[in-house]
Design a protein around this ligand. Structure first.
Ligand code: ZN
Length: 417
């Protein structure tokens, strides 16, 4: 057994930072961010860079039928299920340099540190870059980890098309053609444990002045599509009492929900982020208004309670219009196993950091791995909590601190029988 802290001491802050900068050149935007959507040329370019580093580090690369990328450091007992770490390298169209990328590059840095220290862990350690976490090009996201964990069958994913009508299946064929030398493994395999490092994408760690977060779980999420139907009418001639104004009804619903879905501790998240009005003409009373609802909370019972108000408030404020409320996503909150939270917390403390426990407000691939193996997450701060934004920023020292925790967590997990 390697003595505690030796691998962490080999984490190279400058190399880890430089690699974020280098990978960000694949899909770099003029405003300093990244546009590297799933299965795009830009993502293929990033994977090529990644493979170059992995090859130099002596790692074995493989992919699978959904295009997940695995970089493997074989253990002393390679027949044992591996310990998996990673995240994703696809981005939103106006994404930052660290969302997802950090989890993959921190994993790579840990393996570099193990090699520098001359360690060959008992279990194989694999770094994974999951396909299409973001879901901006092919919706919904988390395709790679969902297919891997058996949450969604491959057959249901391959026909999904982007806005231009290009199917996942065609883009995967392009990906495999770009890396003809890579082994394609069957989809899914037993995993001993999964640890995902990620920037927080929220403001809590920075506000508390902490470098490392122990992620307790992932908050639950419900989404709906609400369609309000009224009647087109002349804006000049139609008196109010004769109108069936779909937008006025939608506005009343949205205002009522914003008023009702609140809590004293400011934990619930309620968002109407999209609205489409027909015919969307200045002098026509709107005939239809279709809007989205995104509701999140870390507690299942509370999420259900707020969720139950959505349909009622929409019905109550429909006025002369009709309303149809269609549930879309219903993802329950999850709590990572106590043992996984504990190993992250104690490891961070032993490294002299003062970790802070917090739930993840955003979704991550760890949600799907949680179904098939003990899973956990490590957060590091990001400036102002800003993410899914080209201005996303972090500090090299914080990325390195999280990687040190990841290193010692993986060393422990990979030595377990
Ligand atoms: Zn992410």
């Amino acid at each position: 057994m390697t003595s505690f802290g030796r691998v962490a001491a080999r984490i190279d802050e400058a190399r880890l930072w430089d690699r974020h900068e280098a990978l960000a050149r694949a899909g770099a935007t003029a405003r300093g961010g990244v546009d590297r959507q799933a299965l795009s040329d830009e993502e293929i370019a990033a994977k090529r860079i990644l493979l170059g580093w992995a090859g130099a580090a002596g790692l074995e690369a493989a992919t699978d039928p959904i295009g997940n990328f695995f970089l493997r450091l074989p253990g002393r007992e390679p027949a044992l299920p591996p310990v998996l770490t990673g995240s994703h390298i696809d981005s939103q169209p106006t994404g930052g340099k660290y969302d997802g990328v950090y989890g993959v590059l921190a994993g790579l840095e840990v393996v570099e540190a193990m090699r520098a220290e001359g360690i060959r862990p008992r279990r194989t350690v694999e770094i994974v870059a999951w396909t299409n976490e973001e879901g901006s090009r092919f919706a919904p996201g988390m395709m790679g980890s969902e297919a891997f964990a058996g949450v969604r069958p491959l057959d249901a994913i391959l026909p999904v098309a982007d806005a231009a009508g290009v199917r996942v299946e065609a883009e995967l064929a392009r990906l495999f053609a770009a890396f003809p030398e890579m082994a394609v493994r069957p989809l899914g395999f037993p995993v001993a444990a999964y640890v995902e490092a990620h920037i927080e994408q929220g403001p809590e760690l920075e506000a508390a002045g902490r470098q490392v977060g122990v992620v307790t779980g992932i908050q639950g999420k419900k989404t709906w599509k609400v369609a309000v139907h009224g009647e087109e009418a002349h804006a000049g001639t139609t008196p109010r009492r004769r109108r069936k104004d779909a937008l006025a009804a939608a506005a009343a619903m949205i205002a009522a929900m914003h008023g009702a879905i609140v809590d004293a501790d400011d934990v619930v998240r309620f968002t109407v982020g999209r609205i489409a009005v027909e015919p969307n003409a200045p002098s026509v009373v709107p005939a239809t208004a279709v809007f989205s609802i995104d509701l999140r909370h870390p507690d299942g019972a509370t999420l259900d309670r707020f969720g139950a108000t959505v349909e009622r408030l929409c019905a109550d404020h429909a006025g002369p219009c009709t309303v149809a409320v269609t549930p879309l996503v219903d993802a329950a909150p999850l709590i990572f196993p106590a043992a996984m939270q504990e190993i992250v917390r104690t490891t961070a403390e032993r490294l002299g950091l003062s970790p802070m426990a917090l739930p993840s407000a955003a979704g991550h691939d760890a949600r799907n791995l949680h179904i098939i193996c003990p899973s956990g997450m490590i957060f590091v701060p990001c400036a102002g909590g800003i993410s899914h934004n080209e201005a996303e920023a972090t500090l090299p020292a914080d990325l390195a601190a999280g990687a040190r925790v990841l290193a010692e967590v993986l060393v422990q997990l990979a030595e377990r029988a």
